[in-house]
Structure formats: C-alpha cells, structure tokens
Design a protein around this ligand. Structure first.
Ligand SMILES: CC(C)(COP(=O)(O)OP(=O)(O)OC[C@H]1O[C@@H](n2cnc3c(N)ncnc32)[C@H](O)[C@@H]1OP(=O)(O)O)[C@@H](O)C(=O)NCCC(=O)NCCS
Length: 173
C-alpha cells in the first residue's frame, strides 16, 4: 500500500467493481482507452485483480470519501529491470492533480524499493493531459514518436509519444 497526501493506493478488491465500471463507462475516458460494457469491465476487472505476478496494479482511493477514483500501475519487466506505467482516472475527478500525485508516488516507490533502472510510459499524440503528466510533472524524457502507430477509438490512425526516466535521472533530481 502507498499513501500520499490525498490518496491511498492499494490492491484492488471485489468492492471496487462498481467504481471500476464508473471509470470505464465514460465517453471522455473512451477517447483514450476502450469504453467497456458492464460485462467486459467485469472480465477486465477480474484479470487486473487476480494478476499474481503483478502486485503493482493499484486501486487509487480518495481519502476524503473512500471512493476508488482511478487505477495506476506498473508492469515490470524484471529481466531488463524496467517498468511501464499506466493509469486511468474517473473523469469526474480529472484535473485536480490526482493522477500526478499517484504517478509521483509510484515512481518514488519503484526507485526506492526495487532494482528497476528505467520507468517508461507512452500516450497517444492527442492525449495532452497524459503528456503533461509524463513530461512536465514526472520530468520524464521525451524519447520519440512512433508515427501512425495505431487506430484511435474514433477510427483515426494516430501516433504515440514515448517517455522514460532512468534511475540515474531520478536520483539526480
Ligand atoms: C490522463 C489522466 C489519467 C489524467 O488524470 P488527472 O487526474 O486529470 O491528471 P492531473 O490532474 O494529475 O494532471 C493533468 C494535467 O493536464 C492538464 N490537462 C488536462 N486536459 C488537458 C488538455 N486537453 N490539454 C493540456 N493539458 C490538459 C490538467 O490541467 C493538469 O495540469 P495542471 O495540474 O498543471 O493543471 C485522465 O485524463 C484519464 O484518465 N484519461 C483517460 C485515460 C488515459 O488517457 N490514460 C492514459 C493513457 S496513456
């Protein structure tokens, strides 16, 4: 479990299912990650909740009302000592700094509690909020763009931007 000023980050529990559904059943979220039916959310939730090899998939809970407002996790590639961060938050709680607060905690937690040497993340070229978090808030380096990388939810072919921070960079800051 990780605690920050306003958030608790803990493993997902069955009671999070409705909050999890609330996050993914949103047109705003659906612009950047797949909008899901209740049934597919349940399946996806079970997969995330029961991933025994990935204990770093956190439910992000607001201390003030105990609501699960997002998920933030890292998938570790232990052979290569690196990890990839991903996140999604309930759109009713956007632009209040919650994702930044959760990601900063996860970066700190990783570099201070594991042997990882690199943390990376990517986002669609039109995902300006995510790019701001990675580049401005987490101070990750922009490592480049892959053009025409994939199809977005509205069918357009879009590029993806890639960001990363190394242990050396983290320790210098
Ligand atoms: C990306 C996401 C997790 C951000 O969550 P959040 O809690 O709103 O993030 P924060 O408030 O910590 O930071 C977002 C920053 O981007 C800014 N921002 C929001 N929309 C923006 C836009 N369209 N253009 C530029 N900046 C924008 C916010 O103002 C904030 O900056 P500020 O604190 O300096 O004002 C949320 O938008 C989300 O769930 N999106 C859908 C899923 C997703 O895209 N996941 C990532 C896939 S790579």
């Amino acid at each position: 479990m990780i605690e920050t000023e306003r958030l608790i980050m803990r493993p997902m529990i069955q009671n999070d299912l409705e909050d999890f559904y609330d996050i993914f059943n949103s047109d705003n979220v659906g612009k950047f990650v797949n909008k899901m039916s209740h049934e597919s959310v349940e399946k996806y939730f079970d997969k995330r909740k029961n991933k025994p090899n990935n204990p770093y998939s956190f439910a992000v809970v607001l201390k003030e009302n105990n609501k699960m407002i997002g998920t933030c996790g890292i998938v570790y590639d232990k052979d290569n000592f690196c990890g990839e961060i991903s996140y999604v938050f309930n759109d009713r709680y956007w632009s209040k700094g919650y994702c930044t607060e959760a990601c900063k905690a996860i970066v700190k937690y990783t570099f201070e509690n594991s042997e990882m040497h690199r943390l990376e993340a990517d986002c669609a070229e039109n995902n300006f909020a995510s790019a701001k978090i990675l580049f401005e808030k987490l101070k990750m380096n922009f490592e480049g763009k892959i053009r025409n990388y994939c199809k977005s939810s509205d069918g357009k072919i879009i590029g993806f931007n890639f960001y990363a921070i190394t242990r050396e960079e983290y320790e210098k800051r």
